[in-house]
Design a protein around this ligand. Structure first.
Ligand code: SF4
Length: 300
């Protein structure tokens, strides 16, 4: 494995210092505001874990592009499915209402075929959670189980899938970071904490947050490099795993506990690519950012 680098600035206990700073970031986060600024807000509409797992998959699958566009498209999609997304995909009838749904790369039959595939896999296993658990063979992280789970969903989606449909079923076996799938699993498997939902804690209790892989997008990649959690330049699955391993040294049973607060530091536009006297001045994690010592005249 690629070297997991310094975990913060030099010091007697750099990981303890980094852990302290990140714990404070999470503790100080306005969870309601984070949720309002995130597509997961739409999944919080539902209380039944079956509805949460279906709505969550569909929302996460569309989670690319601007947050406002994602939320508008996902809300349109969920509205079309009616009050129970799980019943809609299981029965297959309301899923037809998605015909013609268009969002960026998706056209025509892509969403109806995805919804039908979710329904088929749910009928086979009882839930997507049970399907995922079926593909867990005890590896230390879920990347291999994710590839097998997506393989089953792709098979259930039928032959000759369009590129738009395949994009909704991201395969970590290809080496990509599969960010939207990792995001979905975080929503489902981490315990309910006001951000994530913990829906699969009820549907497949053996699944563990300790085995999740961080959803690697440009924001997390940048922050992780600033914090020396990775020494890799590619935004791929290997980098996602390296960052996850680094975070697991800080929080072994729940390495993704820091993900949402860190990610929104990037989404908010607060964290630049290089030190910025204005933007960095109020940064909560400035003391462990490795962009170099503070230059003369740096604001106190
Ligand atoms: S100090 Fe600046 S560059 Fe470093 S994490 Fe904070 S906002 Fe980003």
């Amino acid at each position: 494995m690629t070297n997991v680098v310094g975990l913060g600035q030099a010091g007697a206990a750099p990981s303890a210092r980094l852990r302290g700073v990140l714990d404070a970031l999470v503790a100080g986060a306005d969870r309601s505001a984070l949720v309002r600024a995130d597509p997961v807000e739409l999944v919080h509409r539902y209380t039944d874990p079956h509805d949460q797992e279906v709505a969550g998959y569909l929302v996460a699958a569309l989670a690319y592009g601007r947050v406002t566009s994602i939320k508008a498209a996902a809300a349109r999609l969920l509205d079309a499915l009616g009050p129970s997304p799980a019943r809609a995909v299981d029965g297959g009838r309301r899923a037809k209402k998605l015909e013609g749904f268009v969002y960026r790369f998706q056209r025509g039959e892509d969403l109806p075929r995805l919804a039908a595939a979710l329904g088929r896999v749910r009928r086979r296993h009882g839930s997507l959670a049970a399907a995922f658990a079926h593909h867990d063979r005890g590896e230390p992280r879920y990347d291999a189980a994710m590839a097998r789970f997506i393989g089953e969903l792709r098979a259930a989606a039928g032959p000759s899938p369009s590129r738009g449909l395949l994009f909704l079923l991201p395969d970590p076996g290809s080496g990509g970071a599969a960010k939207r799938l990792c995001l979905y699993l975080r929503w489902m498997i981490r315990p309910a904490d006001g951000l994530d939902l913990g829906a699969w804690q009820a549907l497949a209790p053996g699944l563990s947050p300790a085995k999740l892989v961080i959803p690697l997008d440009t924001h997390i990649a940048r922050l992780a490099r600033h914090l020396a959690l990775t020494d890799r330049r590619a935004d791929d699955l290997v980098t996602a795993l390296q960052i996850t391993e680094a975070l697991a040294t800080l929080a072994p049973t729940d390495p993704l506990v820091y993900d949402m607060a860190l990610c929104h530091l990037g989404i908010s536009g607060q964290c630049p690519r290089q030190r910025d006297p204005i933007l960095c001045q109020g940064c909560a994690i400035r003391s462990v950012c490795r962009l170099g010592p503070e230059p003369p005249g740096w604001p106190p």
